[in-house]
Design a protein around this ligand. Sequence first.
Ligand code: PHE
Length: 469
Amino acid sequence: MTRETWATRTGFILAAAGSAVGLGNIWRFPWMTAQNGGSAFLAVYLLVVFGVGVPGLLGEFVIGRRARRNPMGALRDLSGSRRWAAVGAVSAVTGVALLSFYSVVGGWILRYLLVSMTGPLTGGAAYLSTPGAYFETISFGFEAAAFHLLFLAITGGIVLGGVRRGIELGTKVMVPAVLVLLVGMAAWVVTQPGAGAGYQFFLGFDLTTLRENFFSILGPAAGQALFTLSVGAGTMVTYASYLGEDRSLPFDGSVIALLNTGVGVLAGLVVFPLLFSQGVDPGTGGPGALFVGIAGAFAALPGGGLLAIVFFGVVTLAALSSSISMLEIPVAVLVDEGGWSRRAAVGVLLALVAVTGTVTALRPALFDFVAGTLVDLLLTGGLLAFLLFAGWVLGRDAVAEYVSGAGPVARQLATPWLFAVGIVIPVFLVFTLLTTAGIDARVGFWPTVGVAVAAVAVVLVGLRRQATV
Ligand code: PHE
């Protein structure tokens, strides 16, 4: 069977942007921003998105388009090494891990959407009178598991349709809808009394907070930047492997990152003013902050019921266009490497995630671990592997792939890019891993940098060795 490709030029951009735009922008971003100093977090996050995320995204694109295979097959084919195949196979695990918690949150969203839609019939949506208690009762347990299964089934249905008729068609509808609806909501929020404090919190740049908390902001900001761009999981390797024609990877990557950042900022422009207009403090409440705060805001607003339907509808679409990209990673591995049919691959993986997601939905502590630490580690480690591969195994071939189809500006940037993905960003990623583990607090900043540099150097020597034997 010939391998499927995207049908149209915009198909790839929309699919990849759809993967990037998701709960990361609307649910995780405001939550992380609120917990890490507001606008100071936004500043660091933007720096990491463009300084690390975009070059990283291009690293995944280069690998995927060069190999035209899933992450596992790509690393094996391009290197001829079984060890690299094993590294690539981690992507399939990452896809399952991501989906195991994402689908639970997707279930919450679906439930809020359904309750918003049936609210008028039942005398007001159930979450409106006691938002906090409502979220408490629905977030974990068997009902949460049931809604997770519903969200998972929809995800599976789209992926079953394949690259063109499923993913491409789906994201072509979902991504523009998300953009239009969010712009509309942001414009409407401006008219709300009391919204100003929200803008101030989100956009009022404050250098003191930034200076005092830079290192504690760095870890969460970096994790969030990778998560929001869908970088490090192998999704972008997989999506780029369906590129048939010579698109400019740097151009497409920049468009995707700009779209994604735009949606993140738009979501912030909707969420923070709404919360502040209701006197809700976004800093409290963990993963439920969005649900509790927004539900409270809707309760107080005239026309809030309709707004709630639009809002949760948007979030559902954004979440689905991301969850399909998580499922597509292990699906592509099974189809390419195992010779499975798409139907069988989707079926088996749905059965697997039905179980892992249900366990996650029953155990809040496990949820926190998977959604936080595990995902941060898998994405940071995964990106590290992809970039060392692009920089040191592909090397010049990576540059050739980078410039193929690219314009003059991108060509100028090819060599600096290789330097960044081969050395600078790996050191940064290792450094971030070390600060996340709290090492810098114990040994100090410069020793931590030293350890990061040394670790990358050791890996590079190992890679050189392997290449020469
Ligand atoms: N970027 C997605 C979001 O913001 C999440 C995601 C991460 C999707 C990794 C695929 C791979 O919701």
